[in-house]
Design a protein around this ligand. Structure first.
Ligand code: NAD
Ligand code: MG
Length: 392
C-alpha cells in the first residue's frame, strides 16, 4: 500500500486527488489530510477516508474538528498549524505528498516533503516560484521524486525525453511550447477589461479551479508563474519557453526537438488525468476520465499571447530573468493584489500595476536561504498592500 498525504485536501485539486484515490483503494491509503479552516468538509473526508491524521491550519478549527470526530467515533488524530503540516508531510508512513495548498502558505510543508525524500506531486506552483533553486536543491539532495501536477508541466514531463535531467541541449530538446487557454477574458479589449468583476474572472471557460488560480488565469499571471515553474522543473532558460494561447485546452503543452519533431500530450481538461499519471508513474491507471471525443474537439487553434492586455506575463518573465528574490516578490505582490481584487478593493487592470510597482520599489537579493525568501515575501506584501490602497 502506498501512503498518501494530501496538503490542501478540501480544495479543487484535493477533490480531484481524492476522486482518483477512491478508485484505487487497494493500492493507496490516505494517511493524512490537511485544510485551512473548512471543518465541515474535513469531517466528511475523515468519515469517508479514515486518515490517521487531519491537520487544520488554525487551532480553533482543529479543536472544532476534534470534537466532531469524537462525536462520530472516528479515531483520526487532529493537529494544527504549520508544524502540523510539516509533520504529516514527512511521516515515514507517507510515500506520496500531494502539494495542493494554494499560495505561499504551501511552501514550508512542500519543502518538508521534498526534504524527506517523498514523491512530491506538485500542484502548488507558488512554492516553486518562490524558492526555485533552493527547492530543486532539496529535491536533488534528498532523492525526492518531483512530479508535476500542473496540467501543462505534466504534459511537458510526458513529452520530454526520459533522461531530460541530463540537460535540454544534451537530450535534443530545442524548446518548450507552454500552452495557455487565454482565460475568460481572452477576447476582451483593454477598455472592456476595466470593469470586469471577480465573478466574471473566476468563470473559467475550460477548467473548474480555486478562486485564486482562476483570477491568475484571467490576468495570465498563471501562465507567468507557470513559465517560472517550467524553468525550474526542466532546467530551461526563459527564452526556451514559448507561451502559446490555445483556447480549447486539449493540447496541454508541447516539446520541440532539434530535429523539428514536436511531441505533445492531449486530453480533456480534467485534472484527474495529470494526477493519476503522476501517482501511477511510470505505470498508468484509470483516472475516471471517459476519454477525449476527437470529433467533438474538431478544431485546435493557436494564438500569440498579447502582453499589452496581459502584462503579467511580461512581469513574470522579467522576474525570472532578474533571478534572486524577484520571483518571490512577484508572487507575494500578486497574492495581495488578487485578494484585493476578489474583495472588490482593486480593479482588475490594477493587478499588474501593483505587481510592477512592488518589484520596482525593492532591491533584488540572492535567494540563498528560506529566511531571505520569507523576508522578501513579507516586505513585498507590505509594499503591495500600500499600493493597493493607492490604486483602489
Ligand atoms: P483551492 O483554493 O480550491 O484549495 C486550496 C487548498 O489549500 C484548500 O484545501 C485550503 O483549505 C488550503 N489552504 C488555503 N490556505 C491555506 C493556509 N494558509 N494554510 C493551509 N492550508 C491552506 O485551490 P486549488 O485550485 O485546489 O489550487 C491549489 C494549488 O494547485 C494552487 O497552487 C494552484 O495554483 C494549483 N493548481 C490548481 C489547478 C486546478 O485545476 N485547481 C491546476 C493546476 C495547479
Ligand atoms: Mg496549469
Amino acid at each position: 500500500m502506498i501512503g498518501v498525504c494530501i496538503l490542501g485536501a478540501t480544495g479543487s485539486i484535493g477533490d480531484s486527488t481524492l476522486d482518483v484515490v477512491a478508485r484505487h483503494l487497494d493500492d493507496y491509503r490516505v494517511v493524512a489530510l490537511t485544510a485551512n479552516t473548512q471543518v465541515d468538509k474535513m469531517l466528511k473526508l475523515c468519515q469517508r477516508f479514515k486518515p490517521d491524521y487531519a491537520v487544520m491550519a488554525s487551532t480553533q478549527a482543529a479543536e472544532l474538528l476534534e470534537q466532531q470526530l469524537k462525536e462520530s467515533a472516528i479515531a483520526t488524530k487532529v493537529i494544527s498549524g504549520v508544524d502540523g503540516l510539516e509533520y504529516v508531510a514527512a511521516l515515514p508512513e507517507v510515500d506520496y505528498v500531494m502539494a495542493a495548498i494554494v499560495g505561499a502558505a504551501g511552501l514550508v510543508p512542500t519543502l518538508a516533503a521534498a526534504r524527506a525524500g517523498k514523491r512530491v506531486l506538485l500542484a502548488n506552483k507558488e512554492a516553486l516560484v518562490m524558492s526555485g533553486k533552493l527547492f530543486m536543491d532539496e529535491v536533488h539532495h534528498s532523492g525526492a521524486e518531483l512530479l508535476p501536477i500542473d496540467s501543462e508541466h505534466n504534459a511537458i514531463f510526458q513529452s520530454m525525453p526520459v533522461d531530460f535531467s541530463r540537460g535540454l541541449a544534451e537530450t535534443g530538446v530545442r524548446r518548450i511550447l507552454l500552452t495557455a487557454s487565454g482565460g475568460p477574458f481572452r477576447t476582451k479589449t483593454l477598455d472592456q477589461l476595466q470593469n470586469v468583476t471577480p465573478e466574471q474572472a473566476i468563470a473559467h471557460p475550460n477548467w473548474v479551479m480555486g478562486r485564486k488560480i482562476s483570477v491568475d488565469s484571467a490576468s495570465m499571471m498563471n501562465k507567468g508563474l507557470e513559465l517560472i515553474e517550467a524553468c525550474w522543473l526542466f532546467d530551461a532558460k526563459p527564452d526556451q519557453v514559448q507561451v502559446v494561447v490555445h483556447p480549447e485546452s486539449i493540447i496541454h503543452s508541447m516539446v520541440e526537438y532539434v530535429d523539428g519533431s514536436v511531441i505533445s500530450q492531449m486530453g480533456n481538461p480534467d485534472m484527474r488525468i495529470p494526477i493519476a499519471h503522476a501517482m501511477a508513474w511510470p505505470q498508468r491507471m484509470d483516472s475516471g476520465d471517459k476519454g477525449m471525443n476527437i470529433f467533438e474537439v474538431a478544431q485546435l487553434n493557436f494564438e500569440k499571447p498579447d502582453e499589452q492586455r496581459f502584462p503579467c506575463l511580461r512581469l513574470a518573465r522579467e522576474a525570472i530573468e532578474a533571478g534572486g528574490t524577484s520571483p518571490a516578490a512577484l508572487n507575494a505582490a500578486n497574492e495581495v493584489a488578487v485578494d484585493a481584487f476578489l474583495d472588490n478593493r482593486l480593479p482588475f487592470l490594477a493587478i499588474p500595476k501593483v505587481i510592477e510597482q512592488t518589484l520596482e520599489q525593492r532591491t533584488n537579493r540572492v535567494a540563498d536561504s528560506l529566511d531571505v525568501i520569507f523576508d522578501e515575501d513579507k516586505q513585498a506584501r507590505v509594499l503591495a498592500a500600500q499600493l493597493v490602497s493607492q490604486l483602489s
